[in-house]
Design a protein around this ligand. Structure first.
Ligand code: ATP
Ligand code: MG
Length: 431
């Protein structure tokens, strides 16, 4: 067999046997979002390119190197979303959602696209769960956001996830800090990587994020942003920490955390797990009070986080967390002959309507092969319909585990009644 093509580099397929793992974590996201009062927002997978240039920041790696940008037939420059925040913020502005009672709390579950070098935990198409909160500048909101992310890790029973927090200040105090950073790194200008030479001019804080070992080493002795915070930013950070303490959320302050995107102000944080190799940041977020204005709206404080679902699943695997297996077939209705086949089909439909997972033969197999299939799909019960069963409108239903057989009526209502009884006596859901 010659396949006409394979999946593009940096993408993954989720196969039917594995999709329950995704659904499991997605359900937990949705449940936690609900508990924290967040409602889902869905935005397009592509946006006008300038949204990300402005909303993510033109000095970021994402915008400079990683975006999937193309020109449409109508000559628009379009970009596949590299992250979830810019689109959500645009939609909030475009639809006047900011008129709703504040704070606005939304979450998204999206695919993202970045042209990166694929490796474990780093893909070109990946998925994020994220939460966004607009309309609060209170440190209580920062702490609640961090606590929400933490509660997801707790629900998933993950261990070894550490929280690192920092404050990168507001545009005011950052001016001083930028000056200090520029002075510091200028001494080593000639030795910096090409990217960092550019960063030095455009956004010196980005140098702290450089992955090139030499620059990374230089960053170790660079001036520390926390030393440059203005009174308000310092007070805000102290209060965030106090709220985290009150929430029993453990953290360390890491002044090297600056986050990859331009729009952050004040609080930034990452959840890191060393069990999954070099791509160890599972969740990153922070406050972005300047974003709405940057996108042409009225000023409105905002904050949020993005969680990489692939990295989360890698962590679950690395830690051997058991994900509940999906439910298997409740009942397989085998049949011999056309008439019995029709009856099996009608009965299956009635059972499905009542919420059961019912199957019958749609392949045209003989009885033996049908039963083999029933075994393979893990059917808990089976019955065989032939001429006799049709005539008497009843059949023997077999518990596939114990082999025990019970007579059951083939009238849907009566069938369901007896079946529910069977489920209980056989500890059905436990199995
Ligand atoms: P990194 O430092 O790993 O490049 P980032 O700072 O670019 O991460 P964010 O833009 O903050 O990441 O995205 C939030 C989360 O999304 C990350 O913490 C990570 O879990 C996930 N993520 C980001 N890029 C990728 C990718 N290419 N493949 C898989 N997951 C990713
Ligand atoms: Mg990145």
């Amino acid at each position: 067999m010659a396949l006409i093509t394979k999946k593009p580099k940096g993408t993954e397929d989720v196969l039917p046997k594995d999709s329950y793992r995704w659904q499991f974590v997605e359900n937990i996201f949705r449940e936690e979002a609900r508990a924290f009062g967040y409602k889902e927002i869905r935005t397009p997978v592509f946006e006008h390119t300038n949204l990300f240039e402005r909303g993510v920041g033109s000095t970021t790696d994402v915008v400079q190197k990683e975006m999937y940008t193309f020109t449409t037939k109508g000559n628009d420059s379009i970009t596949l979303r590299p992250e979830g925040t810019a689109g959500a913020a645009r939609a909030v502005l475009e639809h006047g959602v900011f008129n709703d009672p504040l704070p606005i709390k939304t979450y998204y579950l999206v695919s993202c696209y970045r042209y990166e070098k694929p490796q474990s935990g780093r893909q070109r198409e990946f998925h994020q769960f994220g939460m966004e909160c607009y309309g609060s500048s209170s440190p209580a909101a920062d702490a609640e956001m961090i606590t929400a992310a933490k509660s997801i890790f707790d629900r998933l029973q993950l261990k070894n996830i550490r929280l690192e927090i920092n404050s990168i200040g507001c545009p005011e105090c950052r001016k001083e800090y930028h000056k200090a950073l520029t002075e510091y790194f200028s001494q080593y200008q000639d030795d910096l990587c090409e990217d960092c030479k550019d960063r030095l001019e455009r956004n010196p804080m980005r140098l702290l994020d450089c992955k090139v070992p030499h620059d990374h080493k230089l960053a170790e002795n660079a001036p520390v942003g926390l030393d440059y915070l203005c009174d308000e930013c310092r007070d805000h950070f102290d209060k965030v920490k106090a709220y985290l303490d009150a929430n029993d959320v453990a953290y360390t302050v890491n002044p090297k955390i600056v986050r990859g995107l331009d729009y952050y102000t004040k609080t930034v944080f990452e959840f890191i797990c060393d069990d999954i190799g070099a791509q160890s940041t599972v969740c990153g977020g922070g406050r972005y009070d300047g974003l709405m204005e940057e996108l042409g709206g009225n000023p409105m404080p905002g904050l949020g986080f993005g969680m990489g679902i692939e990295r989360l699943l890698l962590t679950l695997d690395a830690q051997g967390v058991e994900i509940p297996k999906p439910e298997t077939c409740d009942v397989f209705i085998a049949s011999i002959g056309d008439e019995a086949g029709k009856k099996a089909s009608a009965l299956a439909i009635a059972l499905r309507r009542a919420g059961l997972y019912a199957e019958f033969d749609v392949v045209g197999r003989g009885l033996k092969a049908q039963m083999k299939y029933a075994n393979k799909i893990g059917a808990r019960f089976s019955l065989v319909l032939g001429d006799n069963e049709l005539e008497e409108n009843k059949a023997n239903i077999k518990n596939m585990q114990s082999g025990e057989q019970t007579e059951i009526s083939l009238s849907p209502d009566a069938f369901l009644d007896s079946f529910m009884g069977l489920k209980l006596t056989n500890d059905f859901k436990e199995g």
